[in-house]
Design a protein around this ligand. Structure first.
Ligand code: PGA
Length: 245
């Protein structure tokens, strides 16, 4: 049971069409009545196609909308298929996920991530900054080293603890159904918090209504980034409820 402020982020990845917007109705209804509503923040990160309709739908709600990625260029330009942070802000996004391992795996470097974060902050978007080690790096016991490097380079010349949420997402835990052991996760979160003081740190990777009972015991966490389970509002609500149970 927790009684502290927690952030719950829904990362829909490349899923969902206009019909999916209805799934938020029940989350909205739930939030209005939830005993601990003052303690929680919910952020939905749908695919770019749904940012605007979702933010219109949530206009009078406490739920915020975020994007899943952005282009690093602060000015508009000839970048076919890309969207920059001022455009995301313009259509209703208030947050943006940057550095997700699915994008790192397709070639996103720490330097590029740093540019993206700067651009997001410049246009008033809050950043959900993802970091995490691969299973190979974990086996070699490189986790702390990798996290330090990713965070240091990602946040190079940036000092904005208020508007950056660090999300620790071990690559081997994403979409696999496997989560770190409690002791291991506690240690890693403590390591990040000690090294990068005053940042909020979330956990992401296979969070679901079953393992939340284990994850909620990690009392230095500030919230969860939820992928697969967030597309189903019943599961998403269940995760939130159980966190406070
Ligand atoms: P998952 O995804 O919950 O489906 O593992 C988490 C994420 O990648 O943000």
């Amino acid at each position: 049971m927790t009684n502290k402020y927690m952030i719950f982020i829904a990362n829909w990845k490349m899923f969902g069409g206009l019909n999916s917007l209805n799934t938020i109705n029940s989350v909205n209804r739930f939030l209005k009545k939830f005993k601990y509503k003052k303690l929680i923040k919910i952020i939905y990160c749908p695919p770019s196609t749904l940012i605007n309709p979702m933010s219109v739908k949530l206009k009078n709600s406490k739920i915020s909308v975020g994007a899943q990625n952005c282009h690093e260029n602060q000015k508009s330009g000839a970048f076919t298929g890309s969207i920059n942070t001022s455009m995301l802000k313009n259509v209703g996004a208030r947050y943006v996920i940057i550095g997700h391992s699915e994008n790192r795996q397709s070639g996103e470097s720490n330097e590029l991530i740093n540019r993206k974060i700067k651009s997001a902050l410049k246009f008033g978007l809050k950043v959900i900054f993802c970091v995490g080690e691969t299973s190979q790096e974990r086996k070699k016991k490189f986790t702390n080293k990798i996290l330090t490097k990713q965070i240091k380079l990602g946040l190079k010349k940036i000092d904005n603890k208020k508007n950056i949420l660090i999300s620790y997402e071990p690559v081997w835990a994403i979409g696999t159904g496997v989560i770190p052991k409690t002791k291991e996760l506690l240690k890693t979160i403590n390591f990040i918090k000690k090294k990068f003081k005053n940042y909020k740190v979330l956990y992401g990777g296979s969070v679901n209504p079953k393992n939340i009972n284990q994850l909620k015991n990690i009392d230095n966490l500030d919230g969860f980034l939820i992928g697969g389970a967030s597309q189903n509002s019943k599961k998403f609500i269940d995760i939130i409820k159980k966190t406070y149970n």
